[in-house]
Each structure stands twice: as structure tokens, then as C-alpha cells.
Write a protein that binds this ligand. Structure first.
Ligand SMILES: C[S@@+](CC[C@H](N)C(=O)[O-])C[C@H]1O[C@@H](n2cnc3c(N)ncnc32)[C@H](O)[C@@H]1O
Length: 270
């Protein structure tokens, strides 16, 4: 009698496992065939395969200065960018949220760093950076603060470079960093684009975005770049940006960017 009950229990358990396996398979199949996931895959591949990377842009700009000073906000694994930046005088800022050893000089958030910099606690009040790479917390209000603080500590003819300004889908532009079941599949640009788009309307600076490696935003105080954006998008809606992507972000390819820089860069730059 006991054996019979045991066998029935075994059969019920097997039926449940089979049912779960079947629904997991069906869910997986649905995901694989889903148009948003398919599009996400295509867009991820295109960005990952882009030939010109952030490091190329940073090194290209640093080359215009005789003895440049470089600052990177958000370093993570320095082998991916920081260590490849060819500059003798360089500094990294990172609170160490994503890379355990966090081998940077300033182990703190960008807000704390700029506060200490402005009060003269670190590096000296007079220090100016020629290229500042903003790639820390990818949320619009933080990026806006990083840009505004960077402008105060940027040399007159220096450049701000921003990663992740051109999210290819709304899922890449989500506010949540760690949700992995999205069609972006872990690739995250956050809402950086909103802060950059705000500065694209600012008449006091020049800006553009190089259409490569998830969108590399450039801001300068003196070198003329792409005309300011006139796109009306008061609530920074993703789809309005996407429909007017070129003007909103000032999109250019790397070749056009180099031409613009060579023609317009301030002659006293060195
Ligand atoms: C996208 S990763 C940086 C990637 C790196 N710049 C590169 O090009 O390979 C973002 C980094 O920003 C750091 N971060 C997060 N919040 C920050 C903040 N408030 N200030 C500065 N860095 C921050 C994280 O710890 C993480 O290491």
C-alpha cells in the first residue's frame, strides 16, 4: 500500500517537472521570437562592433595639448579604458561599486570629489583638466551635475567626453541598472542622454555626439561643434528623442567630427 502511494507521488512530481520544463521552454521560445528582443540583439551587436571606441576619441583630443591633464569619472576595470589613455597626468574617480579592487586615486563619488576639489582639499583649487571623461552613474540628474561641475574645472579650450549618450532602444535607456530580462539584455545606457540633450540646447557651450560605441557626447566651451538643438521635448520623452535623434544629440560620424575639430579648434590650444 505504502509503495503504491510512493509511486503515485513520484508520478505527480514528474508531471510537475515536465510541466515546468515545458513552460520554461515555451517562455524561452517566446523570448527568442519576440521582436523587441530580436531588435535588442541587433542593436547590441552593432554597438559592440563599432570600430571607433571611446578610448580613440579621448586620445585623439588629448593629442591637441602639449602637456594635458586627464580626469575619468567612473573607471571600473581600468584595462577597458583608463590604462589605454595616453596621458602622463591622469586621475580616476570611482566609489568602487562594480570592480572590487577599484585601483583609482580618488575612491569616492564624483559629487564628493568635486566638493573636495572646489574647497582645495585635493589637487589644489587651481587645477584644470583638458579632457574630462564622464562615465560614472548613468542617471540624468547625476550626469547633469557631473557636466556642470566639470565645466568649472575644465581648461578654457578643454573637452568633456561622455559615454552612453545614444541609447539604441528605450530598454537601454531604462532607469534600472540591474534588470537583466529586458530586450537590452544587460546593456545599460541609463538616462545619460537626457542630461546631454539638455546641454545640447545651451547657448553657452558647443556640443555634438559621435555615433559610435553607444554615443560619445562632446562638450566644449570654445570649439564650435554642431548647432544647438531646437527640438521641443520638455519632458525628455524617449520616442521624441528617437524620432529627432540627429538634431537632439547632434549626431556625427567620427570622420566629420575630426574635420570639425581641425577646422574649429582654438588656435591657442597648446
Ligand atoms: C560604466 S562603468 C565605467 C566604465 C569605464 N569608464 C570604461 O570606459 O570602461 C561605471 C563606473 O562608475 C562608477 N560609479 C557609480 N556611481 C558613481 C558616482 N556617483 N561617481 C563616480 N563613479 C560612480 C561605478 O562604480 C562604475 O565603476
Amino acid at each position: 500500500m505504502n509503495k503504491k502511494i510512493l509511486n503515485i507521488a513520484k508520478l505527480i512530481r514528474l508531471a510537475f517537472i515536465k510541466r515546468n520544463a515545458l513552460s520554461t521552454y515555451r517562455f524561452g521560445e517566446k523570448v527568442l521570437k519576440d521582436k523587441y528582443f530580436i531588435n535588442g540583439d541587433i542593436k547590441n551587436k552593432a554597438q559592440k562592433e563599432s570600430v571607433v571606441k571611446r578610448t580613440d576619441v579621448i586620445n585623439y583630443l588629448l593629442n591637441f595639448f602639449d602637456t594635458p591633464t586627464y580626469l575619468e569619472i567612473g573607471v571600473r576595470n581600468p584595462d577597458h579604458n583608463y590604462n589605454k589613455v595616453t596621458c602622463k597626468q591622469k586621475y580616476g574617480v570611482d566609489p568602487g561599486l562594480e570592480f572590487g579592487s577599484n585601483p583609482v586615486k580618488f575612491k569616492m563619488t564624483s559629487d564628493v570629489f568635486f566638493e573636495k576639489l572646489s574647497s582645495g582639499d585635493i589637487l589644489g583649487k587651481e587645477v584644470k583638466f583638458d579632457v574630462i571623461f564622464i562615465d560614472g552613474l548613468h542617471l540624468a540628474d547625476q550626469v547633469e551635475r557631473d557636466i556642470s561641475n566639470s565645466l568649472k574645472h575644465l581648461s578654457e579650450n578643454g573637452f568633456i567626453v561622455l559615454h552612453d549618450c545614444n541609447p539604441p532602444t528605450e530598454f537601454h535607456a531604462s532607469e534600472t541598472y540591474d534588470y537583466m530580462l529586458s530586450p537590452s539584455q544587460g546593456a545599460w545606457n541609463g538616462t545619460t542622454w537626457k542630461a546631454f540633450a539638455k546641454y545640447r540646447k545651451d547657448l553657452n557651450v558647443h556640443s555634438c555626439c559621435i555615433d559610435t560605441d553607444w554615443g560619445i557626447g562632446i562638450i566644449s566651451k570654445t570649439t564650435k561643434l554642431v548647432n544647438v538643438s531646437k527640438v521641443v521635448n520638455p519632458y525628455f520623452e524617449y520616442f521624441i528623442m528617437s524620432e529627432n535623434r540627429k538634431e537632439t544629440l547632434g549626431l556625427v560620424d567620427f570622420e566629420t567630427f575630426c574635420k570639425m575639430i581641425n577646422e574649429n579648434i582654438h588656435k591657442d590650444i597648446k
